[in-house]
Design a protein around this ligand. Structure first.
Ligand code: AMP
Ligand code: MG
Length: 331
């Protein structure tokens, strides 16, 4: 089964959105922020990208539902008025109701049957606001299995490990069985990417969230020491972490669960998961279980995330297991 048309339309939509974000990210209007009921920020950029991509997807594939992060709820009433007006200017030809409708085309619940898209319009909104990294993350899931992943990373440089320098802005994509690719946002130059070739965990560069709970940093610090890793970790927002692992800048992405009952959203992982796997890497939860995208909007069957270059996956899992059991004995 090939997903040629979905890949073409998805890539066009993400590239268009990523270019628009790159162009407008410095404008204060584009960074206008509201806060959701859970206290997390959502910006004009989030709503704009969700409306734009949902519109493009549903024009070409009216029958494929979309599971997206945002809903139009925040935009209702007085507090949403400013953003509704800005959206009208960014999406000419659409009235306010049509824009809200486009955003709410993302209200599907997902599951294990048939095809659906999952979209995080701005993954890493905190990173976007702090002028760090963020990603536009789109994936296609069929019968519970991720078959296509696309990540737009407007602020990402050519080598995250070695810091700034070089032209920034990339789109990554991977279709099941077809490898992973990186495309420059400025001129569309496409190259195949693969994970790092290191064979010893001690040689790994670890990657983790830029804003993780302290407990996560403590935990990953223990894993690093256990594995004799000497390199400083790369801390980065969003699924850009998967992208830099997929092209070999880093070799481990560890995301420990912050609490027992914490469940990850599918749109925070599906695209990156596909890009790492097709680049030769391995992605499981932090106990080694495969990720199950078939059970709704969250990864209800999984706890935490571990992505590696594949070769060192078992070694890192052993380190996680030992560290967890030590903690249990101590606590
Ligand atoms: P990121 O996906 O790295 O951009 O992180 C996005 C948000 O997820 C952060 O701002 C945190 O609130 C939360 N977060 C970061 N690290 C973890 C973690 N290890 N487990 C769960 N949530 C996390
Ligand atoms: Mg988001």
């Amino acid at each position: 089964m090939s997903f040629e048309l979905e890949k073409k339309v998805g890539l066009q939509a993400v590239t268009k959105a990523a270019r628009a974000c790159a162009r407008m990210s410095g404008q204060s209007e584009f960074r206008e922020t509201l806060y959701k009921t859970d206290g997390s920020p959502v910006t004009l950029a989030d709503f704009f990208v969700q409306a734009l991509i949902n519109e493009e997807l549903s024009t070409s594939f009216p029958e494929i539902p979309i599971v997206a992060e945002e809903t139009s709820l925040c935009l209702e009433g007085n507090c949403g008025e400013k953003l509704r007006n800005h959206l009208g200017k960014l999406l000419p030809g659409k009235n306010s109701d049509e824009i809200l409708l486009a955003i709410d085309r993302g209200n599907n619940e997902g599951g294990g049957r048939g095809k659906f898209w999952t979209l995080d319009p701005i993954d890493g909104t905190r990173g976007f606001l702090a002028k760090r990294q963020y990603a536009i993350a789109l994936a296609l899931i069929e019968d519970g299995e991720v078959v296509l992943g696309i990540l737009g990373c407007p602020e990402l440089g050519p080598d995250a490990r070695n810091g700034a320098g070089g032209k920034k802005g990339f789109v990554f994509f991977a279709e099941k069985g077809q490898g992973s690719y990186q495309v420059t946002l400025s001129d569309g130059l496409q190259t195949r990417i693969s994970v790092s070739g290191i064979t010893k965990a001690s040689e790994a560069v670890m990657c983790e969230s830029a804003e993780a709970p302290d407990s996560s940093y403590e935990f990953s610090g223990k894993i690093s020491r256990f594995l004799d890793i000497t390199a400083e970790p790369v801390r980065m927002d969003s699924q850009c972490k998967y992208a830099i692992l997929a092209r070999g800048d880093t070799s481990i992405y560890l995301r420990p669960p912050p609490r027992k009952d914490y469940k990850e959203n599918i749109w925070d992982h599906a695209a990156g998961y596909m890009i790492v796997r097709e680049a030769g890497g391995t992605v499981t939860d932090s106990s080694g279980k495969p990720l199950d995208f078939s059970v709704g909007k969250k990864l209800h069957e999984n706890r935490g995330i571990l992505a590696t270059n594949g070769v060192i996956h078992e070694a890192v899992l052993r380190a996680v297991k030992k560290t967890v059991s030590k903690k249990r004995h101590a606590g």
